[in-house]
Design a protein around this ligand. Structure first.
Ligand SMILES: Cc1cc2nc3c(=O)[nH]c(=O)nc-3n(C[C@H](O)[C@H](O)[C@H](O)COP(=O)(O)OP(=O)(O)OC[C@H]3O[C@@H](n4cnc5c(N)ncnc54)[C@H](O)[C@@H]3O)c2cc1C
Length: 364
């Protein structure tokens, strides 16, 4: 751990935010022999959205209007599976079904065609095939995505941090960056305890706070648009061995079934706009979840649903419209040192984390 209380510190690379994305970026630079400091405001890296998600390794099916997400998800999926194998991180490539109800077939077909164009493995199932493979499912058509999987996010985070520190990176937790300033020759970050860190390169990967840390003077017009996503756990086994997703709806991928590596089921996330950060799951949302799940699993026993946890998607709006893609916003200090702010790092940011790190490194 780094001790930086009330000091002036100089480094080559400063990464602000130790979620899956920030740690991946910090690790990449450290492995390239750069002197890197990684700062996170929480006690443990990965304790915000990186541990409040579905833990799904996405195949790259949904991002026709988000070219950066599409590219980084598909690349990130391959990198992540390889990394999990190399480091013995628990994961399972259990595949998923995307299910369509009456009238939704055109959207399912569009997802299938996009997958085919991107060489993402996918296959459409007929109603008869679904009945045989998954008799408990209610739908008129389904798409199988065999390259979708799940990963143990905690083990993933631990492994990334271990790599980072083994490569000489310095991790400083419980330290909040208040602002990033580009008004001098070199970029300077000011911490809550008064410490100033000067760096040639600053990567602002502060997740939900990233927009507020964009250096002042950068004109961008983006506004935060936080979408909370809650999960409900299910108190007994479900009759499915793969993940089950409805078709994507506004703001998210729909209330889907995810399984963890022990086979436990949970459903979520929903998508509700919030103006102040709040991670509480509302028990009164249970019936809404039950109704959504019963569309594709009529036998779901709603009494077995219990509030679990929630994450908050750090989405952006520009001129009132939701920005669908990841955003890499660059700014410079007069001496040439630069800040890259990673904005809108919503799903599939976990899947894409290693590919995002590659991309950021290439931008320098
Ligand atoms: C409900 C939900 C479900 C999702 N499901 C999936 C999924 O199944 N698969 C997938 O690929 N992606 C999924 N995602 C997306 C994924 O979780 C995120 O893209 C990913 O975790 C983003 O990582 P991050 O490092 O950018 O952000 P975070 O994990 O939020 O990390 C940001 C870090 O910055 C730190 N920080 C913030 N402010 C400061 C500051 N001022 N100073 C210092 N540190 C600071 C925080 O402590 C935090 O650790 C989901 C997201 C949500 C919300």
């Amino acid at each position: 751990m780094l001790s930086v209380a009330r000091e002036e510190v100089k480094t080559e690379v400063l990464v602000v935010g130790g979620g899956a994305v920030g740690v991946s970026v910090a690790r990449y630079f450290a492995l390239a022999d750069r002197k890197v400091i990684l700062i996170d405001s929480e006690a443990t890296p990965g304790s915000v959205n990186s541990s409040r998600n579905s833990g799904v390794i996405h195949a790259g099916l949904y991002y026709a209007n988000s070219p950066t997400k599409e590219k980084l998800c598909i690349r990130g999926k391959h990198l992540l599976y390889n990394y999990c194998r190399e480091k013995n991180i628990p994961f399972q490539q259990l595949g998923k079904l995307v299910v369509a109800q009456a009238g939704e077939e055109p959207l399912l077909n569009r997802i299938f065609e996009r997958a085919a164009a991107n060489e993402v493995p996918a296959r459409l199932l007929s109603r008869e095939e679904i009945k045989i493979a998954c008799p408990d499912l209610s739908c008129v058509a389904a798409l199988v995505s065999p390259s979708t999987g799940i990963v143990d996010t905690q083990s993933l985070m631990q492994s990334l941090v271990t790599d980072f520190e083994a490569a000489g990176g310095l991790l400083h937790c419980r330290a909040r960056v208040l602002r990033i300033d580009t008004s001098a020759d070199l970029v300077q970050a000011e911490l809550e305890d008064g410490t100033r860190v000067t760096a040639d390169i600053v990567i602002n990967s502060a997740g939900l706070s990233a927009l507020s840390l964009v250096p002042s003077g950068v004109e961008h017009g983006y506004e935060n648009f936080f979408l909370k996503g809650s999960y409900f756990s299910y108190a007994s086994r479900v009759p499915f061995k793969t993940l089950v997703y409805p078709l994507p709806s506004q703001g998210g991928l729909g209330i889907h079934l995810t399984l963890d590596l022990a086979g436990r089921a949970r459903f979520g996330p929903d998508a509700s706009a919030i103006s102040t950060l709040d991670f509480a799951v509302r028990p009164e949302d249970g019936p809404k979840f039950g109704a959504a799940i019963k569309q594709y699993w009529p036998d779901c026993n709603v009494n077995k649903l219990s509030p679990d946890y929630a994450g908050v998607r750090p989405k952006l709006k520009l001129a009132g419209l939701v920005v669908p893609d990841f955003l890499f916003l660059q700014s410079h200090a007069s001496g040439g040192s630069k800040v890259i702010s990673l904005l809108g790092m919503d799903s599939p940011g976990l899947t894409s984390c290693l590919a995002i790190a590659e991309q950021v490194f290439e931008m320098i």
